[in-house]
Write a protein that binds this ligand. Structure first.
Ligand code: CTP
Length: 416
């Protein structure tokens, strides 16, 4: 089994540990979100140097931004604090990215033209383009966003190498509704984290099942299990961060959908099966993390079972559910299949048996009762070559490591 460095991750330091950002604020009501964004970036381990345009200072003070970033804010190209008087050069030399959030229509126009008449636009132009990314989170009224001039400018900025985050659609400060809202701070943080992940699944399509299933007994009762869905959602997120197009088929869980992931909600094993089977052949990878109920009540009662009807302790006949993973693995054009084995004991033995029984190249074992609902986990990877432990680590860190392992095992894509 391959032993890639970093396959046993520890995520304690945060997803942006060691990263340095120049956070640029331009004029817009969304400046209020930049305060929260600064906290999110700092909490994720980054250092943040705030630069504000004159217009941004109309919306939020440098005092607030200094307090949150723990660094004196820069606002002017004539700032004498820089010993060489070249703040616009110095600022980006140590930065991994300039993140402009909010980016106004006017500022995007400046970027498109390469104008440099304030410190932030100067810094964007003077940044070392090969190693300091430009990430732009637009925020403006929907008409301004839709205007051909703005769309032309955005296209130019992207052609020049910038990455545009959002914008979102919804209620706007002006009272109108439409495209142009700045993404929420946690969405920008997650997009920034994703930007720095290696794109090992670029051009690949990944299908993931997650969560428990719920098998109804009657309209108010059912059979389910303790799966939280966290591992499957982490894998969907990690695959999307790695550049894959991801579809997540989720049982009943209340987890938020990872950014950029298409989600289909189902309830029963049969519904999960019926959603997955037609989709599977169009995918490169299928990761079955769902804790699918093996059995369902053979006949769900249409009306609530009442004690008065003689159902004091009913005997419920059960029927077997289809095995989704085994069915996908049997398809003639099956994707690369990864199974999970949640066990209470004899993990390695059960995982090995399951790999053979389900006919899949890779099974990932974990001790179910010890991990259900938690944010961390330990995994045992079992393939034809042998087995290896990964972790302990957060489910997200393990999911990223697993995604790298899967990417290494995929056949080279035939692009002919
Ligand atoms: N799985 C599935 N469909 C089922 C049952 C399981 O797709 N009806 C998948 C799970 O998503 C997981 C793998 O098969 O990837 C193993 O699931 P698990 O519940 O651990 O195994 P079972 O096949 O149910 O075997 P056992 O109950 O003996 O542990």
């Amino acid at each position: 089994m391959s032993d890639s460095p970093g396959a046993t991750p520890a995520d304690a330091a945060g997803d942006l540990a060691g990263r340095h950002f120049v956070l640029g604020l331009t004029g817009g009501v969304a400046c209020y979100k930049a305060a929260e964004l600064t906290r999110e970036l700092v909490k994720a381990g980054a250092t943040v140097q705030v630069v504000m345009t004159e217009a941004a200072e109309q919306f939020i003070t440098a005092v607030t931004m200094q307090a949150l970033s723990n660094r004196a804010v820069y606002t002017s190209p004539w700032d004498a604090r820089a010993p060489n008087n070249m703040a616009h050069i110095n600022l980006t030399r140590e930065a991994d990215a300039v993140l402009v959030a909010p980016a106004s229509a006017d500022f995007i126009a400046k970027l498109a033209q390469g104008r440099a008449d304030d410190l932030l636009s100067l810094a964007c132009l003077a940044r070392p383009i090969g190693r300091c990314a430009l990430l732009v989170a637009p925020a403006m009224n929907r008409e301004m966003w839709a205007h051909p001039a703005t769309q032309r400018n955005v296209a130019q900025v992207v052609a020049d190498g910038a990455v545009v985050l959002g914008p979102a659609s919804g209620d706007q400060a002006c009272g109108e509704v439409g495209d142009g809202r700045m993404l929420e701070p946690d969405e920008i943080r997650d997009d920034v984290i994703a930007f720095f992940q290696p794109k090992v699944l670029a051009g690949r399509k990944v299908l993931v099942t997650a969560g428990p299933t719920y098998e109804p007994i009657d309209p108010v009762r059912g059979v389910t299990n303790l799966s939280s869905g966290k591992m499957g959602f982490a894998i969907a997120r990690a695959a999307a961060e790695a550049g894959a197009e991801v579809t997540l088929v989720a049982g009943p869980v209340a987890l938020p959908t990872p950014r950029g992931v298409a989600r289909l909600d189902v309830r029963t094993a049969q519904q999960m099966h019926d959603a997955v089977l037609p989709l599977a052949p169009g995918h490169d990878v299928f990761v079955a993390t769902a804790a699918v109920a093996d059995w369902r009540p053979a006949q769900a009662a249409e009306r609530k079972l009442k004690k008065a009807d003689g159902h004091d302790a009913p005997t419920i006949a059960m029927a077997a559910n289809p095995d989704i993973l085994a069915a996908v693995a049997r398809l003639p054009n099956a994707p690369y299949c990864v199974g999970f084995a949640a066990e209470s004991h004899d993990l390695a033995k059960h995982a090995r048996d399951k790999r053979v029984r389900k006919g899949v190249p890779l099974v990932v074992g974990n001790l179910g009762p010890a991990t259900f609902g938690r944010d961390d986990n330990t995994l045992l990877l079992v393939d034809a070559q042998g087995e290896r432990e990964m972790g302990p680590g957060t489910k997200l860190a393990l999911a990223r490591a697993l995604v790298r392992e899967i990417a290494q095992r995929l056949p080279v894509k035939d692009t002919a």
